[in-house]
Ligand binder design. Structure first.
Ligand code: FES
Length: 188
């Protein structure tokens, strides 16, 4: 999905839209949630399903991942998390939702809020993966560079600051959200 798609959902008093580059994910507004899953061929395409949160179901997972994917803290198989880019997710806890990004370094995966410390409204990953250069995430707005691990800014207008961490962990070749502030997450 080179160009991504736009997914929208509206509840009685709230509406939300997001542009997504991944093949599956969800977007939520109020108590309504829209799940989508898009395959490579037209027979395989399955966009849809708006549900109330109390009757949400996930799209089928491939390669025996369904059991893991049913875990509300499941993020992705380890091999799906890029080194030369990032994936976007949302962490949810109570009424709070935070968009975050994950990047793989060797066998480890790190998560940070999808926000640049220089101008917090700027997303490091705008929807198609953050730029990575020489092992560092590069902010597309003013060029700040961030190391892995703690996400220390080594260059640019916010040099010396660090990215806001979101705890994730690799267990059995699978990446999970482990941040105690949140109860669930999903890919964008
Ligand atoms: S907004 Fe990221 S470097 Fe300015």
């Amino acid at each position: 999905m080179a160009e991504g798609i736009k997914a929208r959902v509206a509840s009685d008093d709230e509406r939300e839209a997001t542009r997504v580059a991944a093949n599956e994910g969800k977007v939520a507004a109020g108590d309504a949630t829209f799940w989508f899953s898009v395959g490579e061929s037209s027979e395989d395409t399955n966009v849809g399903g708006a549900h109330r949160d109390d009757e949400v179901s996930r799209p089928d997972e491939e390669d025996g991942e369904k059991g893991k994917a049913d875990d509300r803290r499941y993020i992705a198989p380890l091999e799906a998390v890029p080194t030369e880019g990032t994936i976007r997710c949302v962490a949810s806890g109570g009424s709070r939702e935070v968009e975050f990004i994950c990047r793989r370094e060797g066998e480890a995966v790190f998560g940070w809020r999808n926000s640049c410390p220089h101008e917090p409204e700027v997303r490091l990953d705008p929807g198609w993966g953050a730029e990575v250069c020489e092992g560092q995430i590069v902010c597309h707005e003013h060029g700040a560079r961030f190391e892995g691990g703690e996400g220390l800014c080594t260059y640019g207008p916010c040099r010396g600051k660090v990215l806001d961490p979101i705890d994730v962990e690799v267990q059995d070749e699978t990446v999970y959200l482990t941040d105690e502030r949140f109860e669930a997450c999903w890919r964008l």
